[in-house]
Design a protein. Structure first.
Length: 88
């Protein structure tokens, strides 16, 4: 999801992550969510508005599948970053 030179590739990767999360969310564990969330936060800081909007849609699916409780520190950090980047 880091190809800076190709915004279509970044957008496609975000859409793919949304669909993957939707299909295999029951098999996702704490470590999987911990690995995915930094990449999603990077896409919230993307130069393309469409990619940031689609990332918000991925985060909806992401938070629907989180274990309760997830790491409160990571959860707070993620929420703060969402508000910082959505404000752009």
């Amino acid at each position: 999801m880091d190809d800076d030179w190709d915004n279509d590739m970044r957008f496609s990767a975000v859409v793919l992550v949304k669909h993957i999360l939707g299909y295999i969310q029951a098999n996702f564990g704490h470590e999987d969510y911990t690995a995915v969330y930094p990449e999603l936060l990077k896409r919230l800081d993307d130069a393309q508005d469409g990619i940031r909007i689609e990332t918000c849609r991925v985060l909806e699916v992401f938070f629907d599948g989180l274990d309760d409780p997830w790491s409160t520190g990571v959860y707070d950090y993620t929420i703060k970053n969402i508000f910082v980047h959505v404000d752009d």
